[in-house]
Structures are given as structure tokens and as C-alpha cells.
Ligand binder design. Structure first.
Ligand code: ZN
Length: 159
């Protein structure tokens, strides 16, 4: 609360508002234009590749696994802004996470994009992908980096 009589803080944009969607769009474009952790990962202990033929997207994920911990993760690929931005966000969330935690985050994103109830606080920046849920054909774009991560980690897909 401003005690000095200054301008009041801007209220947080309402969920589902055009303003919030514009913010989300900005986050996606930022990751698309300046992808984090993109490129080959020297010393990778596992690798998996996922393609999305309907959109022409390709994502390869490399990880350095240390017991149950993801020491490092990088991705390479090309495709639409959603697939690449989602991969960039995935690397930031998965790096340093346990295999179990990364799996839970990936499943939470899948639930979000399927319009199912989900603990929103656990998703962090991935909430920027929420508008994708209204375009079912693009959900695969947003999920492919997480599918590739799961495959690289040897995690069985859960129904
Ligand atoms: Zn795509």
C-alpha cells in the first residue's frame, strides 16, 4: 500500500481478461525470441525427440541425470512460437528439479491445457500457456517439450 499518497498500484488483471492474455502473449514471445537453455548439452546422459507433424514442430531434449535429480537440461528444435516457448520454459522449470517434481509439473500443465482443475500456483510461468487450452490443435505444441522430457527421463506416460 502506498503510504505517500502516490499513484495507487495497478490492480492485477482479471483472469481471462484481454489484458492478462496480452501479458501471457508477451511471455510466450519473449521465450520464443530469446529461448533459454537452447543448444546441445555436452555430457548429456539421455536424449529424446518429439515431432508434431500437424504443426511441423520438432523438439529434442537432452538431460544430465544424477540419481533422481535433473542436473541440467537443454533443448534444440524449431517450429511455432508455442512449441519453442514452452520448451524454453520447461528447461527453466526442470533444471535442478527432481524427476518426480518435473513429472508432476508436466502433468499439471497437461491438466491446465485440458481445462481440468489444477493447482495454479504450482505452474508459475507456465500459466502463460493457458490461452492455448482454447485451441485444442495447439495443445500438442505446448506439450511436446514435456513429452520429450518424460521420454528422456524414462518416465512412463500416465493416462
Ligand atoms: Zn506448433
Amino acid at each position: 500500500m502506498p503510504a505517500d499518497g502516490g499513484a495507487p498500484p495497478r490492480p492485477a488483471p482479471a483472469e481471462g481478461s484481454a489484458e492478462l492474455e496480452a501479458l501471457y502473449q508477451e511471455r510466450i514471445l519473449d521465450h520464443y525470441r530469446r529461448p533459454r537453455n537452447k543448444g546441445a548439452l555436452p555430457g548429456a546422459t539421455a536424449r529424446a525427440e518429439v515431432v508434431n507433424p500437424t504443426c511441423g514442430d520438432e523438439i529434442a531434449v537432452e538431460v544430465i541425470l544424477d540419481g533422481g535429480l535433473i542436473r541440467d537440461v537443454r533443448f534444440t528444435g524449431r517450429g511455432c512460437s508455442i512449441s519453442q516457448a514452452s520448451a524454453s520454459m520447461m528447461t527453466e522449470l526442470a533444471r535442478g528439479a527432481t524427476v518426480g517434481a518435473a513429472g508432476r509439473t508436466g502433468r499439471a500443465l497437461a491438466s491446465l491445457l485440458a481445462g481440468k482443475p489444477v493447482t495454479r500456483a504450482a505452474l508459475g510461468e507456465l500459466l502463460a500457456l493457458e490461452p492455448v487450452s482454447r485451441y485444442p490443435a495447439r495443445v500438442a505444441c505446448a506439450m511436446m517439450a514435456w513429452r520429450a522430457l518424460g521420454q528422456a527421463l524414462g518416465v512412463r506416460r500416465e493416462a
